[in-house]
Design a protein around this ligand. Structure first.
Ligand code: AMP
Ligand code: GLY
Length: 416
């Protein structure tokens, strides 16, 4: 199978790595990819949000599967263009990707499908927003309706900060605060059936102890020793299948991965958000554990014919990833500083480094080129070993001004 991966982050490096391991994959291409994917795939410089350019490349490379990483690619209609050209695409059409692209649309689908989520008001004026904030009370949850790379959400006790964020957005969703730990569950969907991957936990805030601004995610781990047994089955039955059915009913079948962001509240499981693509950095740990070859699975979703009885195989043990972020991330990441210590980090037993926001400069040096620069992955027999490997490898990395959280997966150890 000839495969093309779209995107350039750590998630795409992890996808490329998993596809590279699959003996069914005979040719692996990335567009644009990054210096990490260049080691295992052919990179092609092109704008992945350009549907015509992507279709032309996929045809020229004779690929039989395109795997889409980022949501902006989906929202640009790349999935539509590929399917129109008869090229199997893992990733929904633009209409179905609105489940991520518009928080108001996601709420509408959940209401129609009877999916449990936070009560919410969609507001377009500041007086509507003020009324909603007063109705729910603190802590306030204010979400920009459009795509904001995980940074359009403000959760705060500060009424003025909540109003300010609402005023800065054109259309805003104000909702009930959900207490309880968060879980990310990914389901592979072919428009009709769905198969779950292993749940993971992400760390959204920039600083230790869940302090600082929301980010795209500063680290992740799997498995979750504290997750209630039966969680995955419950979410498949009460969230994923009803959403897949509802999208099909609307004639916008959902093909790709449905990312379900959940809160395990005192009232039960609630959906916090949907994404129309793999989570970043949760994918880095989930795919690390997946033993079932991934290419055939993703292709089955893309062409229809995913067997709902599919039981995936998982490597025993655990994986932890720590994001090394550039100085100033998330507000204003500094680019261009050289990165050192990758070989030493990769030499740590059980650990390896995925490229997330890197490039090479004119002298051929590896430099930071984005907010989240590297994803250091540690694996081991259980979470303590995986975590130790990840942090030992992080200690080998040099990047001026960089920062990372030191508490990824720490609280989970106490639940074991
Ligand atoms: P979202 O982009 O909707 O996932 O929001 C980003 C983050 O904000 C989530 O991962 C949560 O940590 C937090 N968040 C979103 N909605 C809520 C909510 N209703 N209650 C509490 N926290 C929330
Ligand atoms: N890690 C959160 C996300 O991918 O949206």
């Amino acid at each position: 199978m000839r495969v093309l991966v779209l995107g350039s982050g750590g998630r795409e490096h992890a996808l490329a790595r998993a596809l590279h391991r699959d003996p069914a994959v005979t040719a692996l291409h990335c567009a644009p990819g990054n210096p990490g994917t260049a080691e295992i795939a052919a990179n092609h410089q092109l704008d992945p949000t350009d549907p015509a350019a992507v279709t032309e490349l996929a045809q020229r490379l004779s690929v039989s599967l395109v795997v889409v990483g980022p949501e902006v690619v989906l929202m640009a209609g790349v999935g539509d263009a590929l399917r129109e050209a008869g090229i199997p695409c893992f990733g929904p059409d633009r209409a179905a990707a609105r489940i991520e692209g518009s928080k108001a649309f996601a709420k509408e689908v959940m209401a129609a499908a009877g999916v449990p989520t936070a009560a919410a008001h969609v507001c377009e004026t500041s007086s509507q927003a003020d009324a909603a904030l007063d109705a729910f009370g603190p802590p306030y949850v204010v979400k920009d309706d459009g795509l904001a790379a995980g940074k359009g959400v403000v959760v705060t006790e500060d009424r003025d900060a909540a109003s300010e964020h609402a005023a800065a957005c054109e259309r805003v969703v104000i909702e009930e605060y959900l207490d309880g730990p968060e879980v990310s569950l990914f389901a592979l969907c072919d428009g009709e059936n769905a198969v779950p991957l292993m749940p993971a936990q992400d760390f959204k805030r920039a600083r230790d102890g869940d302090e600082g601004p929301n980010t795209g995610g500063m680290g992740a781990y799997t498995p979750l020793p504290w997750a209630p047994p039966g969680l995955v089955d419950e979410v498949m039955a009460t969230v994923v299948q009803p959403v897949v059915d509802e999208m099909r009913r609307r004639e916008t079948p959902y093909v790709g991965v449905l990312y379900v962001g959940l809160a395990l509240t005192s009232q039960g499981v609630r959906v916090v958000e949907f994404n129309a693509r793999f989570g970043d950095p949760e994918t880095q740990v989930v795919l690390d554990r997946l033993a079932t070859p991934v290419a055939t699975l993703l292709q089955a979703c893309a062409i229809g014919g995913l067997d709902p009885e599919t039981r995936l195989d998982w490597h025993p043990g655990a994986a932890v990833t720590v994001v090394v972020a550039a100085e100033g991330y998330p507000a204003a990441p500094v680019k261009g500083d050289p990165i050192t210590g990758l070989d030493e980090a990769n030499a740590v037993e059980g650990a390896y480094v995925l490229h997330a926001g890197t490039s090479t400069d004119e002298e051929g040096r590896l430099v930071a080129n984005g907010g989240r620069v590297l994803n250091v992955v540690g694996t081991g027999a259980a979470l303590p070993e995986a975590r130790a490997a990840a942090y030992e490898a992080v200690s080998k990395i040099g990047l001026r001004g960089s920062h990372h959280r030191t508490d990824i997966a720490r609280a989970a150890l106490e639940t074991m």
